[in-house]
Design a protein around this ligand. Structure first.
Ligand code: SF4
Ligand code: SF4
Length: 92
């Protein structure tokens, strides 16, 4: 069976012992629709499944990523770094 990006992240993602004490506030995610090219890197690698691909299409014809459940966001910034189009901004 072939491993997906999510399988790999699930294996690597661990919960620290002091996670409840040190828990950060959820990040606020902004996706600039006209920059998104629908590559799905962000939805594939977000460790908390905060982002999903939507049915919405931008003016260039790309299917857009969107925020499914911002409460689950860890503000880790991975999506912001991994997006090749600089379409995502994570604010804390
Ligand atoms: S900041 Fe981290 S947890 Fe939040 S949406 Fe981006 S990748 Fe997911
Ligand atoms: S990584 Fe960037 S370009 Fe790719 S789907 Fe996500 S927001 Fe769009």
């Amino acid at each position: 069976m072939e491993l997906t990006g999510k399988d790999v992240m699930a294996k690597l993602w661990r919960k620290p012992f002091d996670a409840e004490i040190k828990a950060s506030k959820p990040g606020r995610i902004t996706i600039e629709k006209e920059r998104c090219k629908g590559c799905s890197f962000c939805t594939e690698f977000c460790p908390r499944d905060v982002l999903v691909m939507s049915q919405e299409i931008n003016s260039k014809g790309y299917t857009l990523a969107t925020v499914a459940d911002e409460k689950k966001c860890l503000a880790c910034g991975l999506c912001e770094v991994i997006c090749p189009e600089y379409a995502i901004k994570v604010n804390t």
